[in-house]
Design a protein. Sequence first.
Length: 158
Amino acid sequence: MLFGIGYDIHRLVENRKLVLGGVEFDYHLGLLGHSDADVVLHAVCDALLGAAALGDIGEHFPDTDQRWKGASSKALLLKVVDLVREKRFKVNNVDVMILAEKPKIGSKKIEMKKNIAECLGIDASRVNVKATTMEGVDAIGRGEAIAAQAIASLCEDI
C-alpha cells in the first residue's frame, strides 16, 4: 500500500463559477485559478501523484500551459489516473476534507463522491467527502477562500 496527501487552496472572487468535486454550486463567488480551480479535485490529484511518487499537480499542469486554461479539473484528474495506472498502480481509496465557511457542502457530498469515484474508476463506497468550517478564523473563516485536503491510497495493479 502506498499513501499520498494533497492540499489546495484558492481565493473566492466574483464572476467565476464555484466548482467543488466536479459539482457546480449556486453561489455568488467562485474560485480563482488557471483551470476551474476545483480545490477538491486538485487535492485528490496531488494525493494520487504523491502516493505514486509522480511529483505534483503544478509540474503536470502548470499555469503557464494554455491547454489547461479554464479546463475542468475532472480532465486533470483523469490524466493523473492515467499516469498512476501507467506505473501499474490502482486507487484503493480517497478521503477528502473541504475547508469552507460558505456555501454549505452537505447537500452535494454524495454527488461529489460519485464524480470522484467515476474519475478514479472505483466504487463510491471507497471515496469519502467531508467538510468543516474554520469558525471564522483566517482567510477561509472570513469567506475569502476555500481549501481541501485529501489522502489517497494506491496498491499494485497485478
